[in-house]
Design a protein around this ligand. Sequence first.
Ligand code: WTA
Length: 659
Amino acid sequence: MSDEMKIQTMMHEQRVFEPSTNGSKDAHVPDMDAYEALYKQSMDDPESFWMQRTQELLDWKTSPETALEWDFSIPEIKWFQGGTLNASYNCLDRHLENGRRNKAALIWQGEPDEDVRVFTYQMLHSEVCAFANVLRSRGVKKGDTVALYMPMIPELPIAMLACARIGAIHSVVFAGFSAMSLQNRIQDCEAKILVTADAVLRAGRTIPLKPNADEALAACPTVKQCIVVSRAGLDVDMKPERDCWWHDCLTDSMHSECSPEVMDAEDPLFILYTSGSTGKPKGVVHTTGGYLTYAASTTQQVFDLKDNDVYWCTADCGWITGHSYIVYGPLCLGGTSLMFEGVPSWPAPDRFWQIVEKFGVNIFYTAPTVIRALMREGVEWTRRHDLSSLRVLGSVGEPINPEAWIWYLEHIGHGKLPIVDTWWQTETGGIMISAMPAATPLKPGSATLPLPGVDIAIVDDNGNEAPPNQGGHLVVRKPWPGMLRGVWKNPERFKETYFSRFPGMYEAGDGARRDDDGYFWVMGRLDDVINVSGHRMGTAEIESALVAHPAVAEAAVVGMPHDVKGETIYAYVILGADEEESDELMKELRVWVRKEIGPIAAPEFIQFADELPKTRSGKIMRRVLRKIAAGIRDEFGDTSTLADPGVIIDLQDGRDDML
Ligand code: WTA
């Protein structure tokens, strides 16, 4: 096993928990026998399995003729050919007829507690049609791209669904990203329109957003129009020929039916940018029929979503989790999805629990970093609220450490609720490995078993399936409907990133092992991608931001273990010949990265260095840098290829001086 792999640090967790809901007859997957039967059926004949699933879950305008055409060597993947449908129709219109018209589709809890908006399916339909009419009237057509750079306000899912309605491809950019990041993404997808807001409300502060949009648009000639939601009532600079307030665009006449565009199964639904180990973020492309089938199927099986449930996923719609598990999955199933604008710790660390009590939340889906942060605040905060409505708990974004898992179970899960630890990626479109709440015995720290229809395995460096308990690369051997269909306008990168190292398989980029029971233990990324608070950051991106600063000659960025965030960003920086190391410069570099990429990318630690550990061929030895950052004094592995072994000692001394 290659030394690069973090999977050496295997967990030795032995505990097994039988969830209290085990054997619930009314669950979608009632017990382990049902799971095993489903899984077997899906592996024996994946095509009929998925064909049946999509017919059960979606309303197709024209039924698909074939389930799947694929060839990973090109790569090309086509699901449900010949079928036509519309995603917004499936998430809205059909629920007007099936008894859910007056059911809450979206419950929005704004940051101030009194800011609550509830949209029934009828109301959401009306708002989506209205905004779809706005987009159409402004010349947006099927196949055009629309960028959405918005806070967690209802207008964001409304705009997403409005795009879906008229066949426009949305590209949501997380509102925490900087103007430069927004600019890069808009330039790459050539958006025609940008939808944004005056400001973001966050932890009691009003953070202007429109100036970032203006800065980005200065170099985005494709964007001719910008629609601005007034979230905070700020008096912002509006360019009359380009900008229009959302409320001014939405005249009464817009609130009429807007006929949904008929889309082919493989027409793109959205693009979402994600970090990779090299270059700029890549535009992951998801298509209509397969993605929607997969989002709906996984929401139903993993969360056991039922008609009366209040379901809350705490992610931001700027990430894939928000796309699949706030918007498309739950709404496609006719569920009630709660959307929250604020942060877990404001005004106090019981904010999440207070919301659970207020709305009687039944299903709660969050990230390990949130659990760890709230754990630190003390258990008293959880005791202030009645959490008895909860039925299923979920986790996503990184491996959940057993300590956090147990705390989640004890203090949020009344000591008995099922915790579904869900492994997946932006590229997979939906959950791939997870327990089923009424079926799967749980092991803290393991995402447990693959979902029906998912042929996932662990292979060694040569692509051979690894024996139990041996770490290796996580791969998927067959297509699943939710998988990405490409990297926007970059087929070479699509092939190179996911299908080149192990021919005939999709390479996830994660390291994992399977135990004797077949349970998956995901250890984390094997490439130069780090996971900070469940968010993916490419080290190459941060490095290129750092070296763009005039004082910096060279930079190397690694992840450093962090109690709450999982990993934090540690940067080694070599300054230009005439530059002086100083605290001010350190601060300046942090601010610089925030501006170049966004606050989530700002290095927590910056160590000024004279030299980096490089091989004789000039390649930076990142595993050495990771170990130095982590404070590990030995176990450097083979350093015989290092050009100058003395560098390690210098860097260790530098770290000691700094911390
Ligand atoms: C990591 C987020 C372990 C993993 C949905 C993956 C996880 C990356 C888990 C994708 C989990 C996500 N256990 N690791 N339950 N969930 N990851 O694209 O390294 O933002 O490759 O998608 O997060 O991050 P992304």
